[in-house]
Write a protein that binds this ligand. Structure first.
Ligand SMILES: Cc1cc2nc3c(=O)[nH]c(=O)nc-3n(C[C@H](O)[C@H](O)[C@H](O)COP(=O)(O)OP(=O)(O)OC[C@H]3O[C@@H](n4cnc5c(N)ncnc54)[C@H](O)[C@@H]3O)c2cc1C
Length: 395
């Protein structure tokens, strides 16, 4: 058994855990230990973990600005496709809305990157930092509250003593349970299906969000003339789509999506995710904080989960590192107080949008159509919405 003292222990080396380790080190020379349950590859290899998997992530302009502060944006952009326009429409109805980078005077609205490349860039930066110790594969199995911190016992027998413990181990966080904090889980009965779609014509940086009968269907621009499909709907429907042959599946996508990207050429591997929305009952305790999916898991309709988390982590790192005593409660509470309204707004919109577009009654249907058309005609409203979605926190 080895015993090790470190300022901060982060349980979970996924998107949230890896990003937080870098943000903390950028601000202060704290020692950070990152514990991840699954094996991580050696330097420069592309990982495949529950966080860095087959998905692609739409990174907002705000997220790219934070990555730029971390010095990792140049390593990321060769694997990323810019989002220049977001186009929203509803199948079978006239009217659509568009948000464009040129209208917002930006070089891009955001960028889409495959999670595995994102993982490679984040983990390379983590490994390059001598102040971050990575322990993987390993898991926390017991916590003991100390006067000014926690003792964390790992499955391997290693014991870590820290002043701040961070739970970043996903929606089913065992660390959150061990801290004695409950969470609300709402099973939507829906699932998301993802696949990379080969295109016969360039996507020109256009991201599409199309509301079809079952739910939202997004096609996000990727490198190499591909789009990342995210189709959400009732679980039985998603299981049916998963069971189709590649040809029949592609025909379904084409029929529901339409011709805006021309004839779709090919569909890659399909993977599904159950949509269970989670919200922790507390985010901050003395010497402990709960972040990322462990704190809030959202519907992926607007591609906001990680972007919201990164805004959380950016402020959390500021508060933790500015405090004289790492892990003291007041700055952790100040962090939560400053973040709850953004968290509540983004999770409300993400949960509400798919249901709103599913309701079939006449009045709501007309309102929805009018809403889309009005939205497209009102540049000021569109601009405010776009800036919020891009993660510019003060808008
Ligand atoms: C289909 C889909 C599409 C999405 N698209 C977008 C998008 O376009 N834009 C966006 O902003 N967000 C998107 N999201 C949301 C985004 O994926 C999440 O916000 C993000 O994964 C949260 O990261 P996390 O590190 O908190 O949790 P996770 O990704 O769940 O990672 C948790 C990590 O903890 C590890 N772990 C688990 N248990 C333990 C343990 N006991 N000990 C140690 N380690 C442990 C896991 O192995 C994993 O590495 C999408 C989500 C889905 C489902």
């Amino acid at each position: 058994m080895s015993d090790c003292s470190t300022d901060i222990v982060i349980i979970g080396g996924g998107l949230a855990g890896a990003a937080l380790a870098l943000l903390l080190r950028k601000r202060r020379a704290v020692s950070v230990t990152l514990v991840e349950a699954v094996p991580l590859p050696i330097s420069n290899e592309v990982p495949f973990t529950p966080s860095f998997d087959a998905r692609s992530t739409a990174l907002s302009a705000g997220t790219l600005a934070i990555f730029s502060q971390l010095g990792i944006v140049d390593a990321l952009l060769p694997y990323a496709a810019d989002i220049d326009v977001v186009h929203v429409s509803r199948r079978g109805r006239p009217g659509f809305a568009e948000i464009s980078a040129s209208e917002e005077n930006l070089s891009r609205l955001g960028a889409v990157v495959e999670n595995r490349w994102l993982g490679r860039v984040l983990l390379n930066a983590v490994r390059a930092d001598s102040g971050i110790t990575v322990i993987a594969p390993d898991k926390a199995v017991a916590l003991t509250r100390l006067e000014a911190g926690y003792k964390v016992c790992l499955e391997s027998g290693t014991e870590l003593v820290c002043r701040l413990l961070v739970a970043a181990d996903g929606a089913e966080s065992k660390t959150r349970d061990m801290l004695g904090v409950g969470a609300e889980h709402h099973d939507t009965g829906h699932a998301a299906l993802i696949a990379n779609i080969g295109l016969s014509q360039p996507h020109k940086g256009r991201a599409y969000e199309r509301f079809v009968e079952d739910g939202p269907l997004a096609m996000l621009p990727m490198t190499d003339d591909r789009s990342a499909l995210i189709w959400t709907g009732p679980r039985a429907r998603i299981e049916h789509l998963l069971a189709l042959s590649a040809t029949d599946f592609l025909a379904q996508v084409q029929e529901q999506f339409g011709q805006r990207l021309g004839t779709l050429k090919s569909a890659g591997e399909r993977v599904t995710y159950p949509l269970i929305l989670t919200r922790t009952f507390a985010q901050a305790l003395p010497h402990a904080v709960i972040v990322g999916n462990a704190a809030h898991t959202l519907h992926p309709v607007a591609g906001q989960g990680f972007n919201l988390t990164l805004r959380d982590l950016h402020l959390l790192a500021d508060k933790v590192c500015a405090a004289p005593n790492i892990g003291e409660l007041a700055p952790l509470k100040a962090y939560v107080d400053a973040r709850v309204s953004d968290q509540a707004l983004i999770s409300r919109v993400s949960h509400w949008l798919p249901s709103f577009f599913r309701i079939q009654t006449g009045a709501v249907s007309h309102l929805r159509q009018l809403g889309l058309i009005a939205f497209d005609m009102l540049p000021a409203v569109r601009s405010r919405f776009a800036r919020k979605a891009m993660g510019f926190a003060n808008d």
